[in-house]
Design a protein around this ligand. Structure first.
Ligand code: HEM
Length: 158
């Protein structure tokens, strides 16, 4: 299986390892979340993982070339133009997220599940767009990592 960079599945493992590191960093920066992860169950763990994916910087942009002329809202897109989708900016857009620079897992309690506001691994539809099909594997691996860090391991950061 190839990824964004056209290399092997090992590359995806490195991507997920980076998110696992961001999850550990979030635990360190927000120690009050540790107890919630230990005691509040699956829902809180899901919100925490989504907030890590929203909050921390990963892919800044996804690039594409316009295949045919079209208009979207007030913008005209001309064939052959290189365009960038601002992944990080969308995940921090104050029109989409209240207090976007605050790490707050509970915001996902009422999240509308839109395919166009939480887009750390690209937006749109898995079947007809280029949204990352590894998104759910990534989320599952992050949950396993958090479970290990909060339930099975005692550690200090030096
Ligand atoms: C932290 C983890 C990951 C991140 C941040 C990530 C990010 C992305 C992004 C941004 C794209 C869209 C690239 C583009 O079209 O410009 C993409 C595509 C893709 N990803 Fe991931 N990915 C991750 C994990 C995975 C995993 C675990 C797999 C598979 C096991 C995977 C498989 C793919 C594939 C096959 C595509 C191409 C989809 C297509 O072009 O239709 N990714 N990924």
């Amino acid at each position: 299986m190839s990824c964004y960079f056209g290399c092997s599945v090992k590359c995806e493992s490195i991507l997920v390892a980076r998110y696992a590191t961001f999850a550990a960093l979030a635990l360190h920066e927000h120690p009050q979340c540790r107890q919630k992860l230990q005691h509040d169950g699956e829902d809180y763990c899901e919100w925490f993982v989504q907030e890590v994916r929203r909050f921390y910087p990963f892919f800044p942009f996804a690039a594409a070339i316009v295949s045919h002329d079209f208009d979207w809202h007030e913008y005209h897109f001309t064939q052959e133009t290189r365009v960038l989708l601002d992944l990080y900016g969308t995940n921090h857009d104050p029109q989409l997220w209240s207090n976007p620079e605050v790490f707050f897992s509970e915001r996902f309690r009422d999240w509308n599940g839109s395919r166009f506001n939480l887009i750390p691994q690209r937006g749109g539809d898995y079947y007809i767009n280029h949204r990352c099909p590894g998104e759910w594997i990534t989320i599952a691996l992050m949950k396993v990592t958090l479970n290990f860090l909060t339930q099975s391991l005692k550690y200090d950061l030096l």
